[in-house]
Design a protein around this ligand. Structure first.
Ligand code: ADP
Ligand code: MG
Length: 270
């Protein structure tokens, strides 16, 4: 992954923040104003969802944070863990499609980022196995992608993002293509990973229900060019699980988020 156009923690004064966007805009070469101006601060260890209508610039925002694209204006600050040898690995990216190499095994797919970073082979294999254990796929390291279900492929993709031990996980509608039961299971497993590994997660979704279930904070974006629309804190004390998913409290948060989203869909009833 290319190095983000960002500054080190001390240079940006990011104390306690993982990501800080200031006045960030993106106008593509085609002339499409895709994003912003957007201001966004994400605390270290926080789980934040970006929610908004299709085409509002969510993927664009993630790509700017990852340093895959440069902003047209504004600054993108990403905190770095002190002493990190390869700064680029502060970030792990999970795309909507698992994008696995079909010709090789699960373990080789997960090992790829370490291979690209020229990590010693034995160490890379051990770390790939560890990441596969984290996502519950230890037994499938020798399998090929075609032998896996959609949910399992997404787990491999998640393991590949975790294998470099990034501080920040950027996830772009990772579970959108999965059936509901698989998605619920992956939601629960992602929350367990987030709690255990203490990563910062920025999760893009267009599902109100998923955003409320997973996040500490939901950022609702406006229609293109995507700007900050509203922020809803999900500060429940209930453990996230089936009980929360079926609670009155959860339904209340979902209603609140839906209402915040409504102005992005003119003509729809609130
Ligand atoms: P979202 O992820 O919220 O659906 P995107 O960030 O993918 O939105 O896209 C925001 C807008 O920018 C859309 O109108 C899209 O067509 C446009 N866009 C995205 N990527 C490019 C690109 N590489 N070149 C030109 N336009 C783009
Ligand atoms: Mg997108």
């Amino acid at each position: 992954m290319t190095e983000p156009a960002s500054l080190s923690e001390s240079e940006t004064g990011l104390a306690g923040l993982a990501v800080s966007l200031r006045g960030v805009t993106k106008v593509y070469d085609s002339g499409v104003a895709a994003l912003g101006p957007l201001d966004l601060d994400v605390r270290q260890g926080e789980f934040v969802s970006l929610l908004g209508p299709s085409g509002c610039g969510k993927s664009t925002a993630l790509r700017l944070i990852a340093g895959l694209n440069a902003p047209s204006s504004g600054t993108v600050g990403v905190a770095r863990r002190a002493g990190r040898v390869r700064a680029g690995h502060a970030i792990g990216f999970v795309f909507q499609e698992p994008t696995l190499m079909p010709w090789t095994t699960v373990r080789e797919n997960v090992r790829l980022p370490l291979k690209l970073a020229r990590a010693p082979t034995a160490e890379a294999k051990a770390r790939a196995d560890e990441a596969l254990t984290q996502v519950g796929l230890a037994e499938f390291k020798g399998a090929f992608p075609r032998e896996l279900s959609g949910g399992m492929k997404m787990r491999v993709s998640l393991a590949r993002a975790l294998v470099t031990d990034p501080d920040i996980l950027l996830m772009d509608e990772p579970f959108a293509a999965l059936d509901e039961i698989t998605r619920f299971r992956l939601n629960n497993d992602l929350l367990a990973l987030w709690r255990n590994l203490r990563k910062t997660v920025i999760f893009v979704t267009h599902s109100v229900f998923e955003s409320v279930y997973l996040s500490q904070r939901v950022i609702v974006m406006t229609a293109r060019p995507g700007r900050f629309g509203a922020e809803i804190r999900i500060d429940t004390t209930a453990p996230r699980g089936e009980e929360f998913r079926t609670s009155v409290e959860y339904a209340g948060y979902c209603r609140k988020v839906s209402q915040a989203l409504a102005p992005s869909y003119p003509g729809q009833a609130h």
